[in-house]
Write a protein that binds this ligand. Sequence first.
Ligand code: ATP
Length: 436
Amino acid sequence: MKNVLTQKLKTLPAPMAGFISQAGDLADEMGLRAYLVGGFVRDLLLGSGHFDIDLVVEGDGIRFAQECGRRLSLKVVAHGHFGTATLHGLEGFKADIASARKEIYEKPAALPCVSKGGIKDDLFRRDFTINAMAIGINRHCYGEIFDFYGGRRDLESKTIRAMHPLSFIDDPTRILRAVRFEKRFSFRLESRTLLWIRQALARRMLFCVQKHRLRDELILIFKERRPVPVLKRLWGLCGYSFISPGLVYREGWNAAHTRMQKAACWFAAHAAHKRSLDTYVMLMCLFFEGLALRRLKETMLAFAFRKGESRRVLSYRKDAAVLERRLAKQDLRPSEAYRLLEPLAYEVVVLVYALSAKKRVKDRIRDYLVVHHGTRLHVRGEDLAFLGFRPGPHFKKILMAILYAKVDGKLEGKNEELALAKKMMVRLSRCAPVCR
Ligand code: ATP
């Protein structure tokens, strides 16, 4: 196995393989033992790529990280409280380094007491056997696997197995992790693990854990490549009342998610403003759509979702239905569609586009995203000043009026834009002094 893993390590992208071998040499020099751990090892054994590296050091992980940073000219961000550090500046990945530790949970669902430990302790504190393996990177054990808890056997039999019966009482967020990994890899929950989950659920442990920790796991679910089966499994196991009463699973989510992804690809290829969409936020919009607005606001606050996430989820909940109705009206000018769509986040606009069954709505959103939103004016603020306008808030008014006229196809070229500006100047100066 050692040879097989050494080979696998060699097949990693060169900067990653180079970093691992340099970190191993440094550990030798410093007289420390260092290991690759967690999802990195799991994915290496599965033969699938993993973006970031998790290293555990028996000894002072932060000192090791700082020395690594110094030697390799990398930025080190230390989290002293947790005994961990992150190395930034590596080519295409980052590396987290931690001191090997032992954890003892004194109270259910609370954060554990942490003390120094060896690699075996560090692996035992982990969530599932498949995530509790390590690979040595010191020269004498480079590529050697440390599998004390049967992780390889469980990977081969496609099994998610918790480390011990109290795992989900100690940390109920692992329930969400269990279903996430089960569905991501198409594994199955081992029968006793499932029983321990059910026991924790019967004790309402998901209601005891800090909400921001649940939020982080929910976000990871929303970010999965195939999140809907995970949400369905969670619904079947315990419903969503631990998030908010009133939330329900909807059979249509799978199809909606597919349409949403297709629309996001289309957007990336064709939109006038190139920007990648947060597709996980689009899924959040769908997930929370069924909640009454007041409850949705309370939930966003209680779970401390990020401002940008809550803003878009609330906007979709408030605006999507009205928007669709307005965009479906027969005699809507392109500039009116522009004004309806412009204040909204792209995620909200593209989601309405993806899910609307009305051709007219789709066409209008498409025109806005592909053509009208890319409209550029020839006239600028300086031109207005040159015409004799006194700079002020009316500049925006005039430029917007020119933009809307342009979107409606009523203006061609700079001269026509200037002509409209002059006309507006006359109109505006009847109400207030806008000229010098
Ligand atoms: P992903 O592929 O989703 O990133 P990962 O296994 O790398 O999966 P992380 O959340 O990055 O997941 O965590 C890294 C490692 O830390 C895990 O593999 C696991 O060993 C451990 N871990 C993470 N969260 C927990 C937890 N709640 N309880 C115990 N161990 C955990």
